[in-house]
Design a protein around this ligand. Sequence first.
Ligand SMILES: [Fe+2]
Length: 207
Amino acid sequence: MDQIEALFPIPMMRSPALLPPELNEAAVASIRDAHVETNLRSDALFHTQVANPLENNLFQSIAELAVPKLVDFGVLLFGERLRWTVKEMWTNMLEKGGSQALHSHANSFISGILYLTPSHPACRTVFVRPPGGNDFSFRHHTRSAAIGPFNAGKYVLPEAEPGDLVLFPSYLYHEVPKNQGEQRITIAFNAIPDSLDCWGYRINFAP
Ligand SMILES: [Fe+2]
């Protein structure tokens, strides 16, 4: 019998309804009250400052909910239950017409997005297949071609509800297309393990 193996796949984890509604609403209210900064590449995307979650009770409660999920997801990346820290958090307020340019997150191993408001279908988070080498490449993308995990160039996250968490490896490039609906609010964060060990050669990370 034929067997197909998914070699070297990239994990992404969804945790539906991680944030209880009261915490979700408190976060939205606090973010709408906060001092905001305009994104450098879209004048309809606003951020609150990157914050150490330990300095803010609300963000700290949210980080505490995320940590067990980081431990689970970290097993997929590193094979062991490590100690994880959310080292920074920030918020994204995407107004109608705003978008988030393609990017990845440096100095981090797992990144997460918490969705606090519904997203218009046009502005779902898009994850992009890591580019290959520098050789010529060939594709067969037609209206009739079946697109799946082995040939797709992009993955559009299915609708995320308020309170949902999505975790992904920080190296994975992602973007948000132009928002065609109401204000969309998300919290994003970066997380690191205490240390990584390769046969006794240990690297420690500190937030
Ligand atoms: Fe991001």
